[in-house]
Design a protein. Structure first.
Length: 134
């Protein structure tokens, strides 16, 4: 079986994660910090390269696994990638809502964090589905 993995597309996914994260959590910074009982001082004081390394490694692994799933499903187009990525992202959104409900965290916070997962995996789907190795 021929390897159809586009490793460049996988490497782009952490960049998407970082760009979306900076944008998303800049838009929702106040309700997100309030929902998690955080202050800007506490967030700033706990910045560490480990956070970013973990994010990049997690993004790479997520993108690679999503790519493997797409190969098994026969996802070979941007539109198929968008639909499949959104469907997988929906699991992240719904899982976050359920988990936060049991943790007694507010629904708006679950929508912020779960919404991020939904949008992120939709974007990953677009990249991985649409940018196929020939």
């Amino acid at each position: 079986m021929e390897n159809k993995t586009n490793y460049l597309a996988i490497v782009v996914c952490p960049l998407i994660n970082m760009a979306l994260g900076m944008t998303w959590y800049s838009i929702f910074d106040k309700p997100w910090m309030e929902g998690h009982s955080l202050t800007m001082e506490r967030v700033t004081a706990n910045q560490s390269p480990t956070l970013y390394i973990t994010s990049v490694v997690g993004s790479l692994i997520s993108a690679y696994v999503l790519n493997l799933i797409f190969q098994r499903l026969g996802v070979r187009s941007l539109m198929d990638g968008l639909k499949s990525g959104a469907a997988i992202g929906l699991f992240g959104l719904l899982g976050t809502i359920v988990s936060y409900s049991f943790s007694l965290l507010p629904l708006p916070l679950a929508l912020i964090d779960g919404g991020f997962a939904f949008v992120l995996f939709t974007l990953y789907g677009i990249v991985l589905g649409g940018w196929q190795k020939k």
